[in-house]
Design a protein around this ligand. Structure first.
Ligand SMILES: Nc1ncnc2c1ncn2[C@@H]1O[C@H](COP(=O)(O)OP(=O)(O)O)[C@@H](O)[C@H]1O
Ligand SMILES: [Mg+2]
Length: 269
């Protein structure tokens, strides 16, 4: 008969190796969060270039047309198109810069609707490539004191997991709002995917727990670190991250954060 442990502890020998100190352990945890951020960023690079190119194409062609055509009304419309394209390009780079900022843990009163929009803009191409439709709903303009880059990292992980749960395509529903009492900001990401069996659901936040055989063709997932990093970030913000799932119907992740007032408008009387 095969050897087995009676008390369930794995038989790894650590006799002459001191266990990590709390400081070492904390440093490792921070590194995991950091590496997970960089890997998410790397994977987005392709779709971000594509989106930027989409924004730049009309800028270039309307600039050329406007230069050639002396009609003032035509030129006015060309300028409008150029402005639209440039605003779109700025929104795209704004979203990436948030994620790319190295000291990403600085907190400020953040517009969560805008933050969610940036994540959806960055993932739009990846989602449509996988026949996933996005349904975005915002109620009001909830704000929370967060590190925008870290909360984007959380949302990005949830959106990518949702897409991976729908190999045949489907809908990802992203909602931003406030709870009934107006104290908690709520962000939810729901999919119409495979769902999670109760025995698996209990383990999804464990570091290195994964049911995926490895990264998918875009290099995402399969490390089992996504949700453990999400929970780590959310708890550092004194928030909560919950998962609810029905097998065959889909899964909803809900992130709740203490809400704060919107910062006073600059230049307002
Ligand atoms: N939206 C979802 N639908 C179904 N299962 C999910 C979903 N999100 C996470 N899971 C499950 O939780 C596990 C852990 O997720 P995660 O920590 O992001 O790691 P990874 O994506 O690398 O597997 C996944 O392997 C999967 O089994
Ligand atoms: Mg994942």
């Amino acid at each position: 008969m095969a050897a087995s442990t009676t008390n369930g502890t794995p038989a790894t020998a650590t006799a002459n190796q001191a266990p990590p100190t709390i400081e070492e352990f904390e440093a490792l945890r921070r590194q995991v969060v950091e590496l997970q951020r960089v890997s998410a960023l790397g994977v987005l690079a392709g779709s971000v270039c594509h989106e930027l190119n989409n924004a730049l194409t009309p800028i270039l062609s309307y600039a050329k047309l406007g230069l050639r055509n002396p009609d003032p009304e035509f030129r006015r419309r060309a300028f409008e198109k150029i402005q639209e394209g440039a605003e779109r390009a700025a929104a795209i780079t704004g979203g990436v810069l948030g994620l790319a900022r190295p000291r990403a843990d600085r907190r400020s009163a953040t517009d969560l609707v805008r933050l969610a929009e940036e994540v959806l803009l960055l993932t739009a191409k990846d989602l449509s490539n996988h026949r996933v439709r996005v349904d975005f709903q915002a109620e009001g303009r909830p704000h929370a004191r967060v590190s925008p880059a870290q909360i984007q990292q959380v949302l990005l992980n949830l959106v990518i997991n949702a897409r991976q749960a729908m190999p045949e395509g489907g809908t990802v529903r992203v909602r931003v709002g406030l709870d009934a009492a107006g104290r908690l900001a709520e962000l939810s990401v729901a999919d119409t995917g495979a769902g999670i069996a109760p025995a698996v659901l209990r383990r999804i936040f464990e570091p290195f727990f994964t049911t995926k055989s490895g990264p998918d063709e875009t290099g995402l997932g399969g490390t089992g670190l996504g949700l453990s990093v999400c929970r780590e970030i959310v708890e550092a913000h004194r928030g909560r991250l919950r998962a609810e799932s029905r097998v065959g119907r889909g899964t909803t992740f809900t992130l709740r954060l203490p809400a704060c007032p919107a910062p006073a408008q600059q230049g307002a009387a």
